[in-house]
Design a protein around this ligand. Structure first.
Ligand code: NAP
Length: 286
């Protein structure tokens, strides 16, 4: 891989940057001189992450803003605040995510929780920040998806809230990650003339907080890679000249690979977009 570029003067926003892959991504980008904003849901965890980053990198220009990705109202307030305070945004990394509990959970706004956290909040956030990304072009949007997206049903749009099919936390997770990949392909089509790229990625199987407390955590320890290694593809997509004109693609191990066979389908991308807009409108009334 080529030498990573100097990021002095660039601003990067990373959701879920207080731990795991997001934290390691922030660390690497700060080392290269970027200003980094972490979008986190816990004041305590975010403060501690910022303290550690400043301790490890004394020159770090890092701060955080609170956001609960599962709440469109919280995402709206967060996005408004970023637009109000920031002059530019060069890289948006949609990294925060989780696999919800065994039983179905709905958010206060009525959405299936994994869908809301991993995809719908990021959909709305991206739309809110697009004017800033376009103003700062060339700029990049990067979604940390998962190879699990390939296990989503090709009919996923028929049951985004898993109301019709029986709920399963893994099914919900795969579907939310499929939405992220499809969303990036649609963004790439919509932003082609704006010099804003949109790509998604699989970080590998990573020993982060993601698997904490799960029965298979101790088994995964033997096969999973470190969060530092898990951040490699996010860092590559955020910084490398190799991908400055690549958009609508899906990566793993810093290489472009194929995604779900219908992720780049125009009709599916357009339908996901309009359904997402309707969900946002219903929740926020605008
Ligand atoms: N680990 C893997 O093997 C793996 C594989 C494929 C894809 N991924 C994806 O990689 C991304 C990063 O995961 P990771 O492995 O670094 O896991 P992690 O250590 O659990 O980090 C996830 C981050 O997302 C944040 N988050 C979760 N729900 C949120 C919400 N409602 N609002 C705001 N932030 C929220 C977490 O905040 P808290 O600290 O407050 O919980 C944390 O900062 C995720 O999108 C995950 O799906 C991971």
């Amino acid at each position: 891989m080529e030498e990573l570029s100097d990021l002095t003067g660039k601003t990067v926003l990373i959701t879920g940057g207080n731990t795991g892959i997001g934290y390691c991504t922030a660390h690497a980008l700060l080392k290269r001189g970027a200003r980094v904003i972490l979008g986190c849901r816990s004041d305590e965890k975010a403060s501690e992450a910022v303290r550690r980053l400043r301790e490890e990198i004394p020159s770090a220009a890092v701060e955080f803003e609170l956001v609960d990705l599962s709440s469109l109202r919280s995402v709206q307030d967060f996005g408004d605040e970023i637009i109000r305070q920031e002059e530019r945004l060069d890289v948006l990394i949609l990294n925060g995510g989780a696999m919800a509990t065994d039983s179905r959970q709905r958010t206060r706004e009525g959405f299936e929780r994994t869908f809301a956290t991993n995809y719908l909040g990021h959909f709305h956030l991206t739309n809110l920040l697009l004017p800033l990304l376009e103003k700062s072009a060339p700029s990049r949007i990067i979604a940390v998806s998962s190879a699990a997206h390939k296990m989503a049903s090709s009919n996923f749009l028929d049951d985004l809230q898993l109301d019709k099919n029986s709920y399963g936390k893994f099914r919900a997770y795969c579907q939310s990650k499929m939405c992220q990949v499809t969303h990036c392909c649609e963004l790439a089509r919509r932003l082609k003339s704006k010099n804003v790229t949109a790509n998604s990625l699989h970080p590998g199987v990573i020993a982060s907080e993601f698997f904490r407390g799960r029965w298979y955590e101790s088994i995964l320890k033997w096969v999973a890679r470190s969060p530092e290694k898990g951040a490699a593809t996010s860092i590559y997509l955020a910084t490398s000249d190799d991908v400055k004109d690549v958009t609508g693609a899906y990566f793993t191990n810093c290489k472009q690979v194929s995604s779900h066979r219908i992720a780049n389908d125009r009709e599916i991308g357009a339908k996901l977009w309009s359904l997402s807009e309707e969900f946002v409108k219903k929740a926020l009334g605008s």
